[in-house]
Design a binder for this molecule. Sequence first.
Ligand code: NAP
Length: 256
Amino acid sequence: MRFAQTIALITGAGSGIGRATALRLSGEGAKVILVGRTKQKLEETADEINKKSRIPLAEIFVADCTDAEDVAELAEYVERYYGDLHVLINNAGGSRNSRILDMSEQEWDDVQDVNLKSVFLVSKALGKIMVDGARRQVHNRAIVNIASLSGHQAGAEIPHYSAAKAGVINLTRSLALELAPYEIRVNSVSPGFVETPLTEQGLKNERFVRAIQKNTALQRVGNPEEIGSVIAFAASSDASYMTGSDLLVDGGWLIK
Ligand code: NAP
């Protein structure tokens, strides 16, 4: 129960990696605040968590993490009802394939907003609550940002996403420096190919799946729980001397 007495907030918690992370953290005792834009998906995750625990551990908050007003309301809610925050998982993100020569400015902005700007907005608003909490009480405190294998290598089909995720990895390092005096650790996790709603369409293509298998040392796609467990490690006191790091969880894609 590494997360007993822990309040954790996970963005994009209604599906995929965010959902698996929320299940993992709550399974180890955390109270979890599930954030996303679609109420129904969040409720489904919350129901699954609350069915498993004696007391309800999950609550939902509907918010668009790219919208500063929504994020301000989220911070107000956390402050009012919880008064502190120990773990923040910036997981909301996504992309659509598009090449630079065909890409509209709007497509570029949308991908920067959801993958990079959201990390800035949410970390700024909720980071203030974490810093105030750190001044009052010693507790394991951590932020984990979900970057990507794409933040480490170029992608002709996803240049906007690759740029945004590389930004997340470096923003993580800057924030780690800024929050270190408060003993708040900030790390990123970079998943490789993982089976989630984000990749569902692509993974229907057998040639694409075979190419992943061929180019991945472990010869398979990952599942969300295999990322959630690493996120949980980075968020836990097991990683108490780790800050500003990126954990690559790609099944051995980059080493091939
Ligand atoms: P997913 O199932 O589509 O999860 C993304 C979640 O983010 C959704 O639940 C979505 O819910 C939420 N979201 C999207 N835009 C949002 C916004 N503006 N505000 C709040 N929530 C928002 O995909 P996933 O694969 O689990 O992705 C999770 C993270 O892992 C992302 O950052 C992604 O880039 C990263 N990642 C995934 C892979 C992979 O292979 N799957 C690989 C590397 C990195 P709503 O639409 O309801 O808001």
